[in-house]
Design a protein around this ligand. Structure first.
Ligand code: GLU
Length: 411
């Protein structure tokens, strides 16, 4: 099943419960606009390279479209389309006034120099600047992009359209960004993990956690959960997995990775395991925080964790989702679990539009408030309709988008 088909599958399951007509399903699933552009750049060695970039704008019934930009060698239109639609349901689940979009460039960022990365970014903006904007579509960081890339996007967009910091979020704090945006997705994962553990009767102190992926999301989630007394027994990145039954010192691992070109390769304070072994560990909580599609029908039966928090977008394939649900494994779905990032993006956008500075305490407090109320709504809906948390989250999101669409007038 391809990425978009997988989202469609989850969508239809919730749409059945909501008794949506076929016509309404088609309307809600179809992207408003899909843009594919050529990015021709000169590399440092003088060679010309032609890359492909995408921006998929899925839905704007509830507000300007919003979603990250992914720079990764596996990016294709199907993936960007699926991620754009996930953003629509995600912003609706946490009830922030945005629609959904996503963008990407098919490129291996690890092979680019800093200046090449900047040229790719600026050239991409040259191609899409007319379709993005603070009232239409607002990009943000995702896999392979960061605050610096967002600063270039703002700068390049403003050359065409004048000063407008709200055209992109996730900017550096010193450059129209907001404190707490960088940690927001991981922190949100941590907040929601503790809430779910609490509901399931687990104490944080007794919780063993395995986290796949130690980028921005995975490392901040690990830090938050360790501060809450959970035991982070395993972490991993592209270099492999690292296991320590007594618990890994997360701050030490973060420092090590930062010094080591953002890689855990050679991290000696834990024993080596593979990324696959990490998924199968005896833990109370498993957090996939890396690529999509890592939990499949093949490895789902080997997963021992009773609770999975989807920090990554779409880490579980639908066939695996069914197998895990049948075994009673609780899954907090991506469209709620990793919504902390876009929530703080909303605060940043609001701050940019108000020319008013928010402090870190306020950001954290409001993030907690937004995620807690979305969690309550999804949890209660799941119980009321006797469905999984994923189906409940989709029902909540689709319901909100559907109502806004109808109220706005369709034809
Ligand atoms: N890329 C992040 C996501 O998938 C954040 C998007 C945003 O802040 O707009 O949710």
């Amino acid at each position: 099943m391809k990425s978009f088909e997988a989202v469609q599958h989850y969508f239809n399951r919730a749409a059945d419960k909501l008794e949506l007509t076929e016509n309404m399903r088609t309307l809600l699933l179809t992207s408003k606009r899909e843009v594919q552009v050529q990015i021709a750049v000169e590399m440092d060695d003088g060679q010309l390279q032609t890359l492909i970039g995408y921006r998929v704008q899925h839905d704007n019934a509830r507000g300007p479209m919003k979603g990250g930009l992914r720079f990764h060698h596996e990016v294709d239109l199907d993936e960007v389309r699926s991620l754009a639609s996930l953003m629509t349901w995600k912003t609706a689940v946490v009830n922030i006034p945005f629609g959904g979009a996503k963008g990407g460039v098919t490129v291996n960022v690890r092979k680019l120099s800093l200046r090449e990365l900047e040229r790719v970014t600026r050239k991409f903006v040259d191609e899409i600047h007319d379709v993005i904007g603070p009232d239409t579509d607002i990009p943000a960081p995702d896999m392979g992009t960061n605050a610096e890339v967002m600063a270039w996007i703002m700068n390049q967009h403003n050359k065409y359209h004048g000063f407008s910091p709200g055209v992109v979020t996730g900017k550096p704090v010193e450059h129209y960004g907001i404190p707490g945006r960088e940690e927001a997705t991981g922190r949100g994962v941590g907040i929601l993990a503790l809430k779910t553990l609490g509901r399931l009767g687990h104490k944080a102190q007794k919780t063993r956690v395995a986290i796949q992926g130690f980028g921005n999301v995975g490392s901040h989630a690990a830090k938050f959960l360790q501060e809450a007394d959970c035991r982070i027994v395993a972490i991993s990145d592209v270099s492999g997995g690292y296991y320590c039954a007594e618990g890994i010192n997360v701050l030490e691992a973060i420092q090590y990775s930062n010094k080591n070109n953002r890689s855990l390769e050679g991290f000696a304070a834990a024993s080596r395991i593979s990324n696959e072994e990490l998924l199968e560990l005896e833990v109370e909580l498993l957090v996939p925080a890396a690529l999509g599609g890592v939990i499949t029908a093949d490895n789902a039966p080997l997963i021992n964790a009773p609770l999975i928090i989807e920090a990554a977008n779409a880490p579980i394939r639908p066939e695996a989702d069914d197998l895990l649900n049948d075994r009673g494994v609780v899954i907090l779905p991506d469209i709620l679990a990793n919504a902390g990032g876009v929530t703080v993006s909303y605060f940043e956008w609001a701050q940019n539009r108000q020319y008013y500075r928010w402090g870190l305490d306020r950001v954290r407090q409001e993030l907690d408030r937004v995620l807690s109320s979305a969690f309550e709504e999804v949890w209660n809906l799941a119980r009321e309709h006797e469905v999984s948390l994923r189906t409940a989250a989709f029902m909540l999101g689709i319901g909100r988008v559907g109502r806004a669409t109808v109220l706005g007038g369709i034809t």
